[in-house]
Design a protein around this ligand. Structure first.
Ligand SMILES: [Zn+2]
Length: 92
């Protein structure tokens, strides 16, 4: 089973203000970390339930919010525009 996850910041738990989704704000980094944690939780659950391949699409703002080094290394990340694909080379 292949899974495609499109992740946006609006809707992430703890995100309640526009400042949290603005990469220029002081509170952005905390929300960004939460976004990555929640995406990793989904990846974990998907693999536990039979996923064989997972692609994560970073879909918020400049599409460069998810840090590849913090993403579950079993997943592939699509980011920026035009979309590029990154793997965590250290774990492959
Ligand atoms: Zn967004």
């Amino acid at each position: 089973m292949k899974i495609f996850i499109s992740a946006d910041m609006e809707g992430i738990s703890t995100v309640v203000s526009m400042g949290q989704v603005d990469p220029g704000s002081k509170v952005y980094e905390r929300a960004r970390k939460q976004m990555i944690r929640e995406v990793n939780d989904v990846i974990e659950a998907a693999f536990e339930n039979g996923a064989k391949e997972i692609v994560v699409n970073d879909s918020h703002y400049n599409m460069a919010n998810i840090l590849i080094e913090e993403l579950d290394s079993r997943a592939t990340l699509n980011k920026r525009e035009p979309k590029t694909v990154e793997h965590d080379a250290g774990n492959r």
